[in-house]
Design a protein around this ligand. Structure first.
Ligand code: NDP
Ligand code: A1CAB
Length: 272
């Protein structure tokens, strides 16, 4: 029955496009049942040409047309956008937000509409490998929860949580998380070049090592400390490297960074 849904995507930037792409790849709905909104004409043309979906710069018309309205604009856009949309949602329309920090009550109050799903995906969604954490307001029906799950899993894995507090945490850990890994990999590639590898070779070694380590952790099911110990020979190279990482405070720096992202998510929710 999701094949009959009309889905409005408000803001077709990086994440809006990832969601459109995932929904179409899984043939959840035909392209004409998606309407993407964008203020820039060149971006609208790009999205229409790439996916065959409807495009408009009229958010009111799109939200009124849709049975699901996905909000994929920046947090700073909401204070102006949501009051403009007040009263335009249909009865029974489901709102799905991916906006960092924005609480459910913020949408419910400004839109005067109760059926809100708040979610936090991440950029690997662009290749269908995202990780999305989501929760739903009490007013969201079982059928609507089914729609939300189907949409969110079209671009990766989804995890439902029954407490909205997890959303700011997920924003800091998995929503922002790809940036931590990209920075780490970039630093390792640079270190490889510093050692004397050609960059392409250093990049291959680092990316394959990252991928192999993730798959090994998933498939073995072993504790991460046990996997680390398995690399660490007595008096060997890994012990020497781990000593320097601990001395440099890697764990503390990472933890501080994740707390900073968490605090920033909460601040965004307060309009700061
Ligand atoms: N990037 C990420 O890793 C993640 C982002 N998010 C959340 O997703 C949301 C979108 O992020 P992201 O895709 O990265 O950002 P983008 O800037 O790529 O996307 C936002 C899009 O919305 C457009 N836009 C701006 N104002 C309006 C408006 N009034 N009506 C319609 N469209 C508008 C922008 O156009 P223009 O460029 O012309 O301004 C842009 O194309 C944010 O709230 C972010 O917190 C969630 C998870 C991960
Ligand atoms: O940096 C941000 O605010 C967004 C939210 C999660 C990832 N990127």
């Amino acid at each position: 029955m999701i094949r009959d849904l009309r889905i409005a995507v408000i803001g077709a930037g990086i994440m809006g496009e990832a969601m459109i792409s995932g929904m179409l790849r899984h043939e959840l709905v035909p392209p004409e049942q998606i309407m993407a909104t964008e203020l820039r004409a060149d971006r609208r043309d790009e999205i229409a040409a790439r996916y065959g979906v409807q495009v408009t710069d009229d958010n009111v018309a799109a939200v009124h047309w849709g049975q699901v309205a996905v909000f994929a604009v920046k947090p700073q856009t909401l204070p102006k956008l949501l009051p403009e949309l007040r009263g335009t949602l249909n009865d029974g329309e489901l709102v799905i937000s991916i906006v960092a920090g924005a609480p459910i009550r913020h949408f419910a109050e400004l839109l005067q509409h109760p059926q809100i799903v708040r979610s936090m995906p991440n950029t690997p969604a662009q290749i269908g490998e995202g990780m999305t954490v989501w929760t739903a307001a009490d007013a969201v029906t079982e059928e609507q929860r089914g729609w939300a799950r189907t949409i969110l899993e079209s671009f990766g894995q989804e995890q439902y949580v029954d407490d909205e507090n997890y959303l700011d945490m997920a924003t800091a850990l998995s929503g922002t998380g790809p940036a931590y890994f990209f920075l780490l990999m970039e630093a390792m590639v640079d270190a490889g070049v510093h050692l004397g590898f050609p960059r392409y070779m250093a990049q291959k070694l680092v990316l394959e090592t990252m991928q192999g380590s993730v798959l090994y952790a998933q498939k073995s099911g072993k504790h991460l400390a046990e996997l680390k110990n398995g690399v660490t020979s007595p008096g060997g190279t890994t012990a020497a490297a781990l000593y320097e990482l601990e001395r440099g405070g890697l764990r503390t720096v990472l933890t501080d960074a994740i707390w900073a992202a968490y605090r920033r998510s909460a601040e965004l929710g307060k309009g700061k």
